[in-house]
Design a protein around this ligand. Structure first.
Ligand SMILES: Nc1ncnc2c1ncn2[C@@H]1O[C@H](COP(=O)(O)OP(=O)(O)OP(=O)(O)O)[C@@H](O)[C@H]1O
Ligand SMILES: [Mg+2]
Length: 194
């Protein structure tokens, strides 16, 4: 299946999930993540502010922030690359391009993601044998993930059934090292992270 068709199939499946089910899934995924020592110990966490039917992150971002982590969220640039700004509570967000909520804080630059000790990204699907992720088609997270060092855990959040065999990939696609789902955390690539 090509990228466009797989995107439509996953988007359609997400749209057909009842709202309560999506919410319950996000709570379980959040709990799975917050149990991990490498999540608890992360001082600077790059995450995303979910919209629509994406695996929800609002509770996760709030919990990480409450636990004392510094959380940075993407600010979408005109060239589709991601700048980053610090989350400082639910009142510090405003709609950016495409209406996605972004921190109003100072932009720290595209290279800020290099300093994160944990990177959490959205995806529509991930390939269980390669970690290659399918996003929504901007290449924004491919650019961000390309800046992340080899020892940093990179995690895509997925609903059930979105960790697949054979996700279409192009040379610029950057794999993730973990997938977080309601059923648990899967380490998808044998990397250097323990
Ligand atoms: N490092 C890069 N610099 C410039 N453009 C890039 C880069 N990486 C990917 N792109 C471009 O982004 C476009 C979309 O890529 P792709 O289909 O992989 O998006 P995606 O992975 O689904 O989206 P995202 O990464 O935002 O979740 C492609 O045309 C690709 O050339
Ligand atoms: Mg890609």
């Amino acid at each position: 299946m090509d990228k466009l068709r797989l995107r439509s199939a996953v988007e359609a499946a997400r749209a057909s999930m009842p709202e309560e089910e999506r919410h319950a899934a996000s709570v379980r995924t959040r709990e799975n993540l917050l149990e991990q020592p490498w999540v608890q110990m992360a001082g600077l966490v790059a995450c995303y502010w979910s919209a629509g039917t994406e695996p929800a992150t609002h509770g996760l971002v709030f919990a990480l922030w409450k636990h004392g982590a510094t959380v940075i969220l993407p600010v979408l640039r005109d060239d589709d690359d991601l700048d980053w700004a610090v989350y400082d509570g639910p009142d510090t967000l405003a709609p950016g391009r495409f209406g996605i909520m972004e921190p109003v804080d100072t932009r720290r630059g595209v290279d800020t993601v290099r300093t994160a000790s944990l990177v959490i990204v959205p995806a529509l699907a991930v390939d269980r044998s390669t970690g290659i992720r399918l996003g929504r088609g901007g290449g924004s997270y491919d650019r961000a993930l390309a800046r992340v060092g080899p020892n940093v855990p990179t995690v895509a959040l997925l609903h059930d059934g979105e960790l697949l065999e054979g996700v279409p990939a192009e040379p610029h696609d950057v794999p993730v090292r973990y997938v977080a789902q309601p059923g648990g955390i899967t380490r998808v690539v044998a990397g250097r992270v323990q």
